[in-house]
Design a protein around this ligand. Structure first.
Ligand SMILES: [Zn+2]
Ligand SMILES: [Zn+2]
Length: 297
């Protein structure tokens, strides 16, 4: 889940659709309209939040626009109240998705999500676990060296620069994350924070999917990624901070991905991963999982 949802502008046209999948971090495109989702309003830079949108006029941006509407005396000499942005969200430009591999992997994510929702399972499928393992290693512990998507919108996130946008006193600026894709930051007079960008997430999803579904995942990972500085995770003989603090997606990966996982893990770490995997296998539902029902006896 993510804090705010991203949306498809076309889907907000009357009659509006609000697919639940929009709350998932991996929801980056609309399969119906073949466009990328949008996570903030380009007019006020407000982050999209469907609960706020429902309480306001349907489909209009509910964010309060900064100082734009303050200060000017209105009719009768009175100052205007701070207004909502009210930009029609269905008019926000959405960029087309043209990458067939991305559409394919996103379709698999949607299908796994739908199956998981039907069964009430937290982990929708083994395929999903495998994907999550590769995604974590690609997005957090690799630098992407080659990104060969034919989709110009996706490619724009792999470039060296995207120009900044200024709206009132705020600026959207782009910087490379350690994976090598550009991510937007909103800079305000009070400070800055990163914005959710469905397109840069899509670029990472495509890379993970490309590795997972290639004939030879080890060779493909070697072609696409630079692992210097990242290989040897969990090295050094004792659990490091990473092991202690992060939910280890590789623990849930299929054994057929072991050769791939070994690109990131050193020998000793890999042995420990197998041990922990065997342990995790004996207790498939961890007792602290809030949504897992008690096992039928
Ligand atoms: Zn749509
Ligand atoms: Zn707005």
């Amino acid at each position: 889940m993510r804090e705010t949802a991203a949306f498809c502008p076309h889907c907000l046209k009357d009659p509006a659709r609000w697919p639940l999948a929009w709350y998932e971090w991996w929801a980056v495109l609309c399969p119906v309209h073949a466009c990328y989702l949008v996570s903030y309003c380009p007019h006020c830079l407000g982050r999209f939040d469907p609960s706020e949108s429902r309480s306001n006029a349907a489909g209009l941006c509910p964010k309060f626009a900064g100082g734009r509407y303050e200060g000017e005396p209105g009719p009768g000499g009175r100052r205007k109240k701070r207004g909502r942005c009210n930009q029609p969200l269905w008019e926000v430009p959405a960029e087309p998705v043209t990458d067939p591999q991305l559409r394919d992997i996103h379709g698999k994510l949607l299908a796994a999500h739908a199956r998981g929702a039907n069964d009430g399972r937290r982990r929708p499928s083994q395929w999903f676990d495998d994907f999550m393992a590769v995604y974590q290693l690609v997005s957090e512990y690799s630098t992407v060296r080659v990104f060969d998507s034919p989709d110009p919108v996706l490619q724009s996130r792999f470039g060296d620069k995207l120009s900044s946008t200024v709206v009132d006193d705020d600026t959207i600026s782009w910087s490379k994350d350690r994976t090598g894709f550009l991510r937007p930051m909103r800079l305000t007079t009070l400070g800055g924070y990163g914005l959710d960008d469905p397109v840069s997430t899509a670029a990472r999803i495509r890379t993970a999917g490309q590795i997972l579904h290639s004939e030879n995942p080890v060779a493909t990972a070697g072609d696409l990624l630079d692992l210097r500085g990242y290989s040897g995770l969990f090295g050094g003989g004792r659990p490091n901070d990473w092991e202690a603090s992060v939910e280890l997606k590789p623990l849930a990966a299929s054994p057929h991905l072991d050769d791939l996982l070994q690109l990131w893990l050193d020998k000793e770490a890999f042995a420990r991963l197998r041990e922990r995997r065997a342990g995790a296998h004996q207790q498939p539902d961890s007792p602290q999982g809030p949504s897992s029902p008690p096992a039928a006896s």
